[in-house]
Design a protein around this ligand. Structure first.
Ligand code: ZN
Length: 399
């Protein structure tokens, strides 16, 4: 298909330094080449009315939403993933990593084969592969992960990992605690399989964290949450943001839940100012995402949703994040005072770089997949496109 977008805003120059965007066959085209080669540009032209054009958002940590829990071993996991994939289009998410929390081996064996990597389209955001958070994590920093199913690496290290998860074909990210014995072997083996290793739910000190990075780890799972707090004599995993002991040229990325609840705005600013290029916005959303205010039954428990918070019903215990990605982008922008461009890159370019997809996703460069969002000045999503195809549009944008 061909699509011309004219008059796209220039509020965020490196992302939309062109006034328009030409798409064919799902890819972004170089319009000059197109002009000279074909003497013709596009069949269809749309005026974006001065709105912001940005790469589609990528969520590398999302546990479910709209009542769906990816960690539930049902017969029809695929239908649940498809529902979430469709609903997150309205939040500008064009691809994601469904995330499983610590589970017994039989859950991984049943669920993982049901979540293949899949291209996005009108049916929903693309699946880039699964993020497995646990079970190889710290008992002390397990957070909401069930203690009974936590594991350490035993004598066979990587073989034990395979026995726990089953085949890793659909796996993109594994979060583990690097202080567990034999973690280096496992990190090296996972990395050799092309899987991104993330450090989290951990009591590792900085030295252990640096060693894990030298073994191949490239990501930190929800910085500040479920790790040792920053201490000036041993800053722990947080210290990786400014470490001088990382392999030359290596960029460490870190996930942040910018929902206004899980991370204080001052902490967001500290992380962003220390290492802006590594910041990856994640929702870490739970099944209560998108359910609306009121009481809902989720698995074994009742939850009460009130605005952007989800409580265990009848208590003030928070049970996970329910802010969608576009809300996180807006909150992050407002909390850090960063540029619009930086806020958008934290939800698009950086997660793409983390996964080694920056040539295809998270960018509006020529040749990239035409996954993009159209936003108004306050960064509310007006329309979402995947491979150049309109897959979602706001009510007001339709008129
Ligand atoms: Zn977590």
């Amino acid at each position: 298909m061909e699509l011309g977008m004219c008059g796209a805003a220039s509020q965020c120059p490196p992302l939309s330094h062109r006034e328009d965007l030409w798409v064919r066959g799902g890819r972004i085209l170089d319009p000059e080449k197109l002009f000279f080669e074909e003497r013709r540009v596009a069949d269809e032209q749309r005026d974006c009315g001065g709105r912001i054009l940005a790469p589609g958002f990528i969520d590398v940590q999302i546990n479910g939403g709209f009542g769906i829990d990816f960690s539930q071993a049902t017969e029809d996991v695929g239908a649940g993933v498809a529902l979430v994939a469709r609903r997150i289009l309205s939040h500008g998410v064009t691809s994601f990593c469904p995330t499983l929390v610590t589970s017994p081996p039989e859950v991984y064996h049943k669920v993982l084969p049901q979540i293949p990597v899949k291209s996005g389209g009108p049916h929903g955001a693309g699946v880039l592969g699964v993020h497995l958070e646990g079970p190889f994590i710290s008992r002390e920093k397990r957070g909401a992960h069930p203690e009974a199913h936590l594991c350490s690496f035993e004598a066979n290290a990587f073989q034990d990992v395979l026995a726990t998860y089953g085949p890793l074909d659909n796996v993109r990210i594994v979060t583990l605690a690097p202080e567990l014995g034999r973690s280096h072997e496992v990190i090296q083996a996972l990395t050799a399989h092309g899987i991104c290793v993330s450090l989290g739910h951990s009591v590792a000190d900085l030295r252990a964290a640096e060693e894990a990075v030298r073994s191949g780890a490239t990501f930190i799972t929800h910085l500040f949450n479920a790790m040792l707090p920053f201490h000036h004599r041993d800053p722990g995993i947080v210290g990786l943001l400014t470490s001088d002991q990382l392999p030359p040229g290596r960029c460490i990325f870190y996930g942040m839940i910018a929902d206004g609840m899980h991370t204080n705005p001052a902490a967001l600013r500290i992380a962003h100012r220390a290492h802006p290029q590594g910041l990856v916005l994640v929702t870490d959303a739970v099944p209560a995402l998108g359910l609306g205010n009121g009481r809902h039954t989720l698995g074994q428990q009742e939850v009460e949703v009130d605005g952007l918070t989800a409580y265990i019903a009848g208590t003030k215990t928070l049970c996970g994040s329910i802010a969608p990605m576009d809300v996180c982008v807006r909150h992050f922008l407002q909390a850090t005072g960063c540029s619009v461009e930086s806020a958008l890159e934290a939800a698009s370019l950086h997660p793409a770089q983390l996964l080694g997809l920056e040539k295809r996703k998270g960018t509006l460069d020529f040749g990239a997949d035409a996954d993009f969002v159209v936003l108004d000045d306050s960064l509310h999503v007006q329309a979402t496109y995947i491979s150049g195809e309109l897959v979602w549009q706001a009510e007001e944008a339709r008129q």
